[in-house]
Write a protein that binds this ligand. Structure first.
Ligand SMILES: O=C(O)CCC(=O)C(=O)O
Ligand SMILES: [Fe+2]
Length: 287
Protein backbone atom coordinates (compact mmCIF):
# COMPACT_ATOMS: atom_id res chain seq x y z
CA UNK A 1 0.00 0.00 0.00
CA UNK A 2 1.35 3.38 -0.96
CA UNK A 3 0.78 6.74 0.65
CA UNK A 4 -1.71 8.60 -1.52
CA UNK A 5 -2.23 11.76 0.50
CA UNK A 6 0.13 14.63 1.07
CA UNK A 7 0.61 15.92 4.59
CA UNK A 8 -1.69 18.91 4.09
CA UNK A 9 -4.43 16.43 3.18
CA UNK A 10 -3.75 14.14 6.12
CA UNK A 11 -4.50 16.96 8.56
CA UNK A 12 -7.47 19.34 8.70
CA UNK A 13 -5.43 21.99 6.99
CA UNK A 14 -8.10 24.71 6.73
CA UNK A 15 -8.43 24.79 10.50
CA UNK A 16 -4.79 23.96 11.28
CA UNK A 17 -2.52 25.63 8.68
CA UNK A 18 0.60 24.65 10.60
CA UNK A 19 2.90 24.99 7.58
CA UNK A 20 2.01 28.67 7.09
CA UNK A 21 4.18 30.64 9.51
CA UNK A 22 2.45 33.92 8.67
CA UNK A 23 -1.07 32.62 9.20
CA UNK A 24 -2.64 34.10 12.35
CA UNK A 25 -4.61 30.87 12.90
CA UNK A 26 -1.32 29.07 13.43
CA UNK A 27 -0.21 31.55 16.10
CA UNK A 28 -3.54 31.17 17.90
CA UNK A 29 -3.28 27.38 17.94
CA UNK A 30 0.24 27.62 19.36
CA UNK A 31 -0.94 29.97 22.12
CA UNK A 32 -3.73 27.58 23.07
CA UNK A 33 -1.46 24.54 23.16
CA UNK A 34 1.17 26.39 25.23
CA UNK A 35 -1.40 27.42 27.80
CA UNK A 36 -2.65 23.83 28.14
CA UNK A 37 0.87 22.39 28.36
CA UNK A 38 1.89 24.92 31.01
CA UNK A 39 -1.13 24.00 33.04
CA UNK A 40 -0.64 20.26 33.14
CA UNK A 41 1.93 18.85 30.74
CA UNK A 42 -0.68 17.72 28.25
CA UNK A 43 -2.62 19.38 25.43
CA UNK A 44 -5.18 18.20 22.89
CA UNK A 45 -5.98 19.55 19.44
CA UNK A 46 -9.37 18.10 18.63
CA UNK A 47 -9.97 16.88 15.05
CA UNK A 48 -6.44 17.57 13.91
CA UNK A 49 -6.52 14.72 11.39
CA UNK A 50 -8.87 14.98 8.41
CA UNK A 51 -11.47 12.28 7.75
CA UNK A 52 -9.55 10.96 4.77
CA UNK A 53 -6.24 11.18 6.67
CA UNK A 54 -7.72 9.19 9.53
CA UNK A 55 -9.09 6.58 7.17
CA UNK A 56 -5.71 6.18 5.46
CA UNK A 57 -3.76 5.98 8.75
CA UNK A 58 -6.22 3.46 10.14
CA UNK A 59 -6.11 1.27 7.04
CA UNK A 60 -2.30 1.08 7.07
CA UNK A 61 -2.15 0.36 10.83
CA UNK A 62 -4.90 -2.25 10.61
CA UNK A 63 -3.06 -3.99 7.77
CA UNK A 64 -0.09 -4.49 10.12
CA UNK A 65 -1.99 -5.58 13.24
CA UNK A 66 -0.93 -9.19 12.88
CA UNK A 67 2.71 -8.14 13.01
CA UNK A 68 2.33 -6.32 16.35
CA UNK A 69 4.82 -7.42 18.98
CA UNK A 70 3.62 -8.81 22.29
CA UNK A 71 6.34 -9.16 24.87
CA UNK A 72 6.59 -12.44 26.76
CA UNK A 73 7.30 -10.32 29.84
CA UNK A 74 3.91 -9.57 31.37
CA UNK A 75 4.69 -7.42 34.41
CA UNK A 76 6.53 -4.10 34.52
CA UNK A 77 7.49 -1.44 37.01
CA UNK A 78 6.80 2.20 36.10
CA UNK A 79 10.37 2.57 34.78
CA UNK A 80 9.80 -0.41 32.50
CA UNK A 81 13.06 -1.69 33.93
CA UNK A 82 14.48 -4.10 36.49
CA UNK A 83 13.66 -4.17 40.18
CA UNK A 84 16.28 -3.53 42.86
CA UNK A 85 16.76 -6.16 45.57
CA UNK A 86 18.52 -3.59 47.80
CA UNK A 87 15.23 -1.71 48.09
CA UNK A 88 12.11 -2.78 50.04
CA UNK A 89 9.51 -4.90 48.26
CA UNK A 90 7.00 -2.06 48.30
CA UNK A 91 9.37 0.47 46.71
CA UNK A 92 8.13 1.71 43.28
CA UNK A 93 11.16 0.07 41.66
CA UNK A 94 9.89 -3.27 42.95
CA UNK A 95 6.19 -2.90 42.19
CA UNK A 96 5.33 -4.75 39.00
CA UNK A 97 1.99 -4.29 37.24
CA UNK A 98 0.54 -6.14 34.24
CA UNK A 99 1.08 -4.79 30.72
CA UNK A 100 -0.48 -6.60 27.79
CA UNK A 101 -0.72 -4.18 24.82
CA UNK A 102 1.15 -4.78 21.57
CA UNK A 103 3.19 -2.48 19.35
CA UNK A 104 3.43 -2.11 15.58
CA UNK A 105 7.02 -0.92 15.34
CA UNK A 106 8.60 1.80 13.20
CA UNK A 107 10.41 -0.63 10.91
CA UNK A 108 6.98 -1.86 9.73
CA UNK A 109 5.79 1.65 8.86
CA UNK A 110 8.04 2.46 5.92
CA UNK A 111 8.45 5.47 3.66
CA UNK A 112 5.39 4.55 1.64
CA UNK A 113 3.04 5.04 4.58
CA UNK A 114 1.09 8.17 5.47
CA UNK A 115 2.29 7.82 9.06
CA UNK A 116 5.92 8.00 7.92
CA UNK A 117 5.28 10.99 5.68
CA UNK A 118 3.61 12.88 8.51
CA UNK A 119 6.30 12.00 11.06
CA UNK A 120 9.09 13.33 8.83
CA UNK A 121 7.16 16.42 7.69
CA UNK A 122 9.35 19.34 8.76
CA UNK A 123 6.46 21.83 9.22
CA UNK A 124 4.96 19.47 11.83
CA UNK A 125 8.24 19.41 13.77
CA UNK A 126 8.61 23.19 13.57
CA UNK A 127 5.05 23.65 14.76
CA UNK A 128 5.57 21.26 17.68
CA UNK A 129 8.83 22.98 18.64
CA UNK A 130 7.06 26.33 18.79
CA UNK A 131 4.24 24.87 20.85
CA UNK A 132 6.84 23.62 23.31
CA UNK A 133 8.89 26.81 23.26
CA UNK A 134 11.94 24.91 21.97
CA UNK A 135 14.34 26.20 19.36
CA UNK A 136 14.34 22.93 17.47
CA UNK A 137 13.00 19.42 17.77
CA UNK A 138 14.68 16.37 16.32
CA UNK A 139 13.43 13.10 14.98
CA UNK A 140 13.95 10.43 17.66
CA UNK A 141 16.62 8.33 15.96
CA UNK A 142 15.40 5.01 17.30
CA UNK A 143 14.66 2.95 14.18
CA UNK A 144 12.35 0.59 16.07
CA UNK A 145 10.37 2.89 18.32
CA UNK A 146 10.39 6.44 16.98
CA UNK A 147 6.99 6.16 15.32
CA UNK A 148 4.79 3.25 16.40
CA UNK A 149 1.22 2.15 16.82
CA UNK A 150 -0.04 1.03 20.22
CA UNK A 151 -2.51 -1.80 19.75
CA UNK A 152 -4.85 -2.50 22.65
CA UNK A 153 -7.14 -5.45 21.96
CA UNK A 154 -10.12 -6.18 24.21
CA UNK A 155 -8.83 -7.13 27.66
CA UNK A 156 -5.43 -5.50 27.13
CA UNK A 157 -3.94 -2.63 29.13
CA UNK A 158 -0.78 -0.54 29.50
CA UNK A 159 -0.24 0.15 33.17
CA UNK A 160 1.41 3.14 34.88
CA UNK A 161 4.80 4.10 33.42
CA UNK A 162 7.12 6.85 32.22
CA UNK A 163 8.38 7.24 28.65
CA UNK A 164 12.06 7.30 27.64
CA UNK A 165 11.90 10.44 25.58
CA UNK A 166 10.76 13.75 26.91
CA UNK A 167 8.15 14.45 24.41
CA UNK A 168 5.55 12.54 22.41
CA UNK A 169 2.56 13.33 20.27
CA UNK A 170 -0.13 10.78 19.76
CA UNK A 171 -3.03 10.50 17.38
CA UNK A 172 -5.89 8.24 18.28
CA UNK A 173 -6.82 6.22 15.19
CA UNK A 174 -9.56 4.20 16.84
CA UNK A 175 -10.98 4.54 20.34
CA UNK A 176 -12.03 1.54 22.40
CA UNK A 177 -15.81 1.41 22.60
CA UNK A 178 -15.43 0.94 26.35
CA UNK A 179 -12.36 1.51 28.58
CA UNK A 180 -8.95 2.05 26.98
CA UNK A 181 -8.75 5.49 28.58
CA UNK A 182 -5.62 7.56 28.87
CA UNK A 183 -4.86 8.66 32.44
CA UNK A 184 -1.94 10.74 33.66
CA UNK A 185 -0.46 12.53 36.63
CA UNK A 186 1.07 15.82 35.43
CA UNK A 187 4.70 16.45 36.38
CA UNK A 188 4.96 13.64 38.91
CA UNK A 189 8.76 13.57 38.72
CA UNK A 190 11.32 16.16 37.63
CA UNK A 191 14.69 15.85 35.87
CA UNK A 192 16.51 15.78 39.20
CA UNK A 193 14.02 14.02 41.48
CA UNK A 194 12.24 10.65 41.07
CA UNK A 195 9.66 11.70 43.72
CA UNK A 196 9.25 8.07 44.84
CA UNK A 197 6.81 8.96 47.63
CA UNK A 198 4.38 10.53 45.17
CA UNK A 199 4.80 7.66 42.69
CA UNK A 200 4.03 5.18 45.47
CA UNK A 201 0.83 7.02 46.35
CA UNK A 202 -0.48 6.65 42.79
CA UNK A 203 0.48 2.97 42.74
CA UNK A 204 -1.35 2.52 46.05
CA UNK A 205 -4.52 3.82 44.41
CA UNK A 206 -4.49 7.51 45.31
CA UNK A 207 -6.37 9.19 42.45
CA UNK A 208 -6.29 12.74 43.78
CA UNK A 209 -3.76 13.89 41.15
CA UNK A 210 -4.91 11.58 38.34
CA UNK A 211 -6.44 13.15 35.24
CA UNK A 212 -8.36 11.31 32.55
CA UNK A 213 -8.62 12.29 28.88
CA UNK A 214 -11.58 11.59 26.71
CA UNK A 215 -10.02 11.37 23.25
CA UNK A 216 -11.74 10.84 19.93
CA UNK A 217 -10.24 9.37 16.77
CA UNK A 218 -8.42 12.14 14.88
CA UNK A 219 -7.42 14.14 17.97
CA UNK A 220 -3.78 15.10 18.43
CA UNK A 221 -2.42 14.83 21.93
CA UNK A 222 0.80 16.44 23.20
CA UNK A 223 2.32 14.74 26.12
CA UNK A 224 5.38 15.15 28.35
CA UNK A 225 5.57 11.45 29.23
CA UNK A 226 9.04 11.49 30.75
CA UNK A 227 7.82 13.41 33.78
CA UNK A 228 4.11 12.58 33.91
CA UNK A 229 3.25 9.09 35.03
CA UNK A 230 0.59 7.70 32.69
CA UNK A 231 -1.41 4.61 31.78
CA UNK A 232 -4.02 3.27 29.38
CA UNK A 233 -6.79 1.47 31.25
CA UNK A 234 -7.99 -1.96 30.19
CA UNK A 235 -9.87 -2.07 26.90
CA UNK A 236 -13.22 -3.37 28.15
CA UNK A 237 -14.88 -3.00 24.75
CA UNK A 238 -15.43 -5.46 21.93
CA UNK A 239 -12.98 -4.00 19.38
CA UNK A 240 -9.34 -2.88 19.17
CA UNK A 241 -7.96 0.49 20.23
CA UNK A 242 -5.27 1.88 17.90
CA UNK A 243 -3.09 4.89 18.62
CA UNK A 244 -0.26 6.34 16.53
CA UNK A 245 2.70 7.58 18.59
CA UNK A 246 5.39 9.95 17.29
CA UNK A 247 8.38 10.74 19.47
CA UNK A 248 10.74 13.70 19.17
CA UNK A 249 13.80 14.80 21.10
CA UNK A 250 15.49 18.02 22.06
CA UNK A 251 18.97 16.67 21.43
CA UNK A 252 19.89 15.03 18.13
CA UNK A 253 20.83 11.35 17.80
CA UNK A 254 18.93 9.99 20.79
CA UNK A 255 18.00 6.33 20.76
CA UNK A 256 16.33 3.94 23.24
CA UNK A 257 18.25 1.62 25.54
CA UNK A 258 19.07 -1.85 24.26
CA UNK A 259 17.20 -3.60 27.06
CA UNK A 260 14.09 -1.47 26.99
CA UNK A 261 13.73 -1.60 23.21
CA UNK A 262 14.25 -5.37 23.21
CA UNK A 263 11.72 -5.85 26.02
CA UNK A 264 8.97 -3.67 24.61
CA UNK A 265 9.40 -4.06 20.87
CA UNK A 266 11.08 -7.43 20.52
CA UNK A 267 13.97 -6.39 18.32
CA UNK A 268 17.03 -4.17 18.25
CA UNK A 269 19.33 -2.98 15.50
CA UNK A 270 23.06 -2.52 15.09
CA UNK A 271 22.52 1.10 16.15
CA UNK A 272 21.25 -0.05 19.58
CA UNK A 273 24.25 -2.31 20.08
CA UNK A 274 26.71 0.39 19.09
CA UNK A 275 25.02 3.07 21.15
CA UNK A 276 24.86 1.08 24.35
CA UNK A 277 28.21 2.24 25.66
CA UNK A 278 27.77 5.72 24.31
CA UNK A 279 24.17 6.80 24.74
CA UNK A 280 23.07 10.42 24.42
CA UNK A 281 20.79 11.15 27.36
CA UNK A 282 18.83 14.23 28.34
CA UNK A 283 18.86 13.47 32.10
CA UNK A 284 19.84 10.83 34.65
CA UNK A 285 16.36 9.59 35.49
CA UNK A 286 15.54 5.89 35.44
CA UNK A 287 14.21 4.64 32.13
O1 LIG B 1 -1.82 4.49 24.09
C1 LIG B 1 -1.63 5.55 24.70
O2 LIG B 1 -2.53 6.40 24.82
C2 LIG B 1 -0.30 5.83 25.34
C3 LIG B 1 0.74 4.80 25.03
C4 LIG B 1 1.95 5.00 25.85
O3 LIG B 1 1.93 5.57 26.90
C5 LIG B 1 3.26 4.48 25.38
O4 LIG B 1 3.29 3.79 24.34
O5 LIG B 1 4.29 4.74 26.03
FE1 LIG C 1 3.89 6.01 27.55
Amino acid sequence: MTSTLNCREIINHDTFPIDEPENSKRAQIIDRVRAQLDKDGCAVIRNFISDEGLQALLVEATARKDQAYYSPKKNYNVYLGDGDTDLPDDHPRNIFLPRSNGFITADLLGEDTNAYQLYYWKPLRDFLAECLGKKELFIYQDPISNMIVNLGKPGQQFNWHYDTNEFTITMLLKAANSGGLFEYVPGLRSPDDECYVEVKKVLDGDRSRVKQLDLNAGDLQFFLGRFSLHQVTENTGSDDRLLLIMSFTEKPNMIGSLLRVKDLYGKVTEAHLQNESNRVRADDLLD
